[in-house]
Write a new protein. Structure first.
Lengths: 146, 146, 146, 146, 146, 146, 146, 146
């Protein structure tokens, strides 16, 4: 059986690459999916439909176009990994976690220890909390091949 | 018909009271529900089951006990209002918004303009964005009685 | 048992009043619900959240606020009546019919014979097609009290 | 991952061909599905089961046979594109949009600006509004490959 | 707690009355619901919408109107009792049983021993098989008040 | 796209073979599935788990084992064809039709005209009524390839 | 708001009474529901439908009759409490816990520490683990009234 | 069609191997899936995320990691086989059975006759009870290929 794993959240570090590479090295039968991770492209996702002058509606339009991708990929995944960085508020990551929880999709959070308290509700509904991409790979390896 | 409105998110200002008072003055047929809004009580929700030494597990235990309340009330509401303050990361509010979105529950966000960009995914899945409790009351009045 | 009947669609004639009056005369245990039927109020539903300059976004904002009401009432109804007039395109009425169909909510269409061909998909998924409010009342009477 | 896109609505112009050709030129991994787009064949879909004398029932019978195809394809698609032309009432297109909305399927509307107001409820529940097939292709390219 | 029990199937004997009377004598907190049990009225349910010449379509129209009632009541019941008499084919009773099974609604079959083999699939998905209305009342009494 | 069609009901004539052969001649991309159609094998399905003395329980046991197959195949099909012969009561066929209706699976009934009245509820929830296997093949050809 | 709490599991000690009494003393707005807790009555639940000679089928019949009650009450509860005693295997309690988990119903386990390891999967899907009825009452008080 | 069969429960005897071998000898088109069956590995599943000092939380963490695998595989299977040995309490097996029941997944229990009474609720919701792996293979062969 092949697994599909959605990688949600922070887009400013290379955590996705580390997980993907780690899984490849172990030959795990996993297909990884992600939101668009190019920040500028993501912000401009709706511009092709006509550029908005008002920044709220530009964001709205782009967020909805991005939503076509993210909702579909979340609904099709077997497991999600939701990454929170220290610097940003990443409400979209928490939103994805809530979305997974309501659908009954298992998800793993990936974040440092110093934001544990602020993430307690998100972690409480998760199946695991990892502090490093290597730990995520270990969990995937175990879950998929053990 | 009576409506049930769940008030999710920030617990450090009196936005809930303003909405409740505003709805009462208009005699709107609304029952408001909320998470536990006493910060210390919420953090200690699991302590009655045995105090944990490890802070991650104390948080985990309390967040799950709180989850009995919050999931049930979200599932029973007709509409949710999700409030984001400027100061905190309030990932639980974004989590609730994602949970509502997956269930098809309409929700209204309540936040200042300066965090619009960071909240674009959460707002894009919302039915309305309000900047003040008075606006929320106006929307409820319209939706319920117009 | 009391029934809830949602009256969707055309807002320029008094068909809702005729059905409500007809049901009252028969003392049917029915609660009727409706979208906001004041055209101008409906178009302005989002203005309280800040008036938009762009007409597409004004419509968008108002339609979403109206959606809080209409989705909730459709989900709570037992039966819907969907009315199509001759003059307007009433895509929202057809949208509501499709929404009911996907939810498995039974609905009755109400329209003249001359638009039967254009409405064939909407009628095919309906439980009944009525040509007058009096016929709708007859069907409700039979369904509820027979 | 391969995507399935359902092309709903107007059948009198070549908008489907334009989208399909555009996607082929970009080698997008998309399978397109459609209702039967031959108007006469569609109207006659039920005739094989015995031709009806009454036109309402002929329409009813054909619309149900067509429904076997359209419901199945909508349920299996990842995204729908719903096209409204200027000339016809296309209630079936709005019906499909409502059906998608209730199922949580993302859809893109495709129509000219002059019918924006009449389509406000349908657009408000859509993930995007496009004015040309080329824009639809752009959105698909972004959503699928970005 | 009050229970709602739907009484489906055969309409030519007084089994419904026996169950209702039996439950009343025990003061069971039960609301009983039923399809329309007047055979002629049921066959004519659609006539108010215009009498059909073709008997297939007359049946079709009436069956759909009756469906507004029966689907709604089945979806709202806690338990169904499905009665099969010896003389008729009562495919509608078996249809209701299948409908209940797919919804996860528990149902009790009520029929004589001589048709056990023909009903084996329907009985296999039932929670109980009773041979008399008195037994149904006994089961309800136990289930509700024990 | 390949379609899966479940052939439910009567097992004493060769209607399944006719449909399968007809579809093969047209090269329709259809996979057909069926319940076990060997009457004796079906009645004995549970015997491997220990033969029951009591005929009710033997039937019960076998019907449940058969149910593993039939429920799974119905849930996986795109369309069902439900066949009623003249001679038998085939309550299992009507049960399957009700099961499909509750799941929102489209189904086609296949039966002679003389049992139209008794099947009116089953036909009213169907997408089409065919009188011959050839008509079923025609409908499948149209629905799948038109 | 009033809450409904289902008390599942062990029937040989008075833990249900303790919880009910505790909730009454605090005037909690809770309705408690339970399976039939009279062991002999529960084993004999199916006898009214004809006593079986074979003990497997007697158990089967009674368990199904009991299932009418337990499934309905579990589906209607807001929260379940699942009690495991030390002496018995109480597979039905674990079955109820799995049933709740799949439905997304929050549940609290109630058991001694010495069986923690054997119950780890059941506890991992629970929202809380309590060791005494008094703790359950404390959690309910907090969740419902805080 | 290929079937997926999940093998839940007891991990101390070779019943899984017997079923898999039996199915292979018959060339059944079945993919078998299982929880992690290495007892120590399963208990340590969460250790990679940081070893817990408290045994409750170690169990909790491991059970959740195992849950990523088991929930996903149960949701993807067509049929489950749930094995109860004589010696252990295997609450996780009963939990899986309840989970299957709520999802409408058919399952077969596999256990000796001496624990029939204690398993009556679990057996009552099952589609079959087998006493040996060979019987399970027989049922699968029949269900899949007959």
């Amino acid at each position: 059986m092949s697994w599909t794993v959605y990688l949600s959240g922070e887009i400013h570090t290379d955590w996705r690459d580390q997980i993907i590479k780690g899984a490849e090295e172990l030959n795990l039968p996993v297909t990884f999916t992600s939101p668009v991770t190019d920040h500028d492209a993501s912000d401009a996702a709706g511009d092709v439909l006509g550029r908005e002058g008002d920044s709220f509606w530009r964001d709205h339009k782009s967020a909805k176009v991005n939503g076509i991708r993210t909702r579909t990929l979340i609904q099709q995944c077997d497991v999600a990994v939701v990454r929170f960085g220290d610097k940003y508020r990443q409400w979209n990551a928490a939103f994805d976690a809530g979305y997974c929880a309501a659908l009954g999709k298992p998800y793993i959070t990936l974040h440092d220890e110093n934001i544990v308290h602020a993430l307690k509700e998100v972690d409480a509904a998760a199946m695991a909390w990892a502090e490093s991409p290597a730990q995520v790979v270990d969990v995937l390896r175990y879950v998929i091949t053990a």
